[in-house]
Ligand binder design. Structure first.
Ligand code: AMP
Length: 266
């Protein structure tokens, strides 16, 4: 497995590769990331994984500085999966000068996550566009764990005619239902025990046993600070009616100082 720290060596390493499948990450890898790598591996022999904690998508006061960075361990995990190349640029490579050109995503980026993290999806779409331009993959894999991100990237690729196929990967969960996330490591033991309630609540909404309003109230009663629980249409995340066949329920809620997101298609 090669490690490329700059775009020239990345391009050089990919030059003979033929079909490239790409998995962008911020590192601190877990089984959720590895499931995307395995999906990528089924698309192409040559899998590239990027590890880059993208400052542009963190708001002032968010966890950019303390976001877990575990590069050596990540590389060992990726090597064991047969990944061929890790692209690990530092900030001076990806942002050698202030990134004043940015992607303005669709208005839906202002809703759900965007309502609580203004500018977040501008940062996400900008770095994803840059990474896609650097790696030039045939296919790129994104997790449904970050459902709104996936939908916005699919929209960006469609509307900007980017020559890449976006492949969604299912959310990988702990045995008790908690969606795997690098941020789970911030949870205290008591919070970790409470964490699976988010998934259980989404299940109850999907099964019609709870309205989204009741779900918010229920989470609050159990010590969470919910930002939203909302039912949307899967394809474009427009507000969903009961007549919509393909829906998804999305939620974000804080447990102590840790903000968790999850979603469930139904
Ligand atoms: P991150 O490192 O958090 O930026 O995530 C990198 C990619 O992994 C994104 O496409 C995420 O949606 C995906 N991902 C994160 N957690 C999971 C999970 N539990 N299951 C599946 N994919 C995930």
């Amino acid at each position: 497995m090669r490690i490329a720290n700059d775009v020239a060596s990345l391009r050089h390493a990919c030059a003979q590769a033929g079909t490239v499948a790409f998995v962008p990450t911020m590192g601190n890898l877990h089984e959720g990331h590895l499931s995307l790598v395995r999906l990528a591996k089924r698309q192409a022999e040559f899998v590239v994984v990027s590890i880059f904690v993208n400052r542009l998508q963190f708001l002032p006061g968010e966890d950019f500085d303390r976001y877990p960075r575990t590069f050596e361990r990540d590389c060992r995990m990726l090597e064991a999966e047969g990944v061929r190349l890790v692209f690990a640029p530092d900030e001076t490579v990806l942002y050698p000068q202030p990134q004043t050109y940015r992607v303005a995503p669709a208005p839906m980026a202002e809703e759900l996550e965007g309502r609580f993290r203004p500018g977040f999806f501008t940062g996400v779409c900008t770095v994803v566009l840059k990474l896609l331009n650097c790696v030039q993959p045939t296919v790129a894999v994104f997790g449904k764990k970050d459902y709104q991100q996936l939908v916005l990237i699919q929209g960006m690729v469609r509307q900007l005619d980017l020559p890449v196929r976006i492949l969604p990967g299912e959310t990988v969960r702990e045995a008790d239902g908690l969606a795997m996330s690098s941020r789970n490591g911030y949870l205290s033991a008591a919070e970790r025990a409470e964490g699976p309630r988010l998934h259980r609540t989404l299940r109850a909404v999907a099964d019609g046993k709870l309205t989204s309003e009741a779900a918010v109230a229920d989470l609050s009663r159990h010590g969470w600070q919910p930002d939203y629980v909302e039912i949307r249409r899967r394809g474009d995340l427009a507000p969903a009616g009961n007549e919509d066949q393909e829906r998804v329920v999305l939620a974000a809620a804080r447990l102590g100082t840790t903000r968790l997101i999850d979603s469930l298609e139904f």
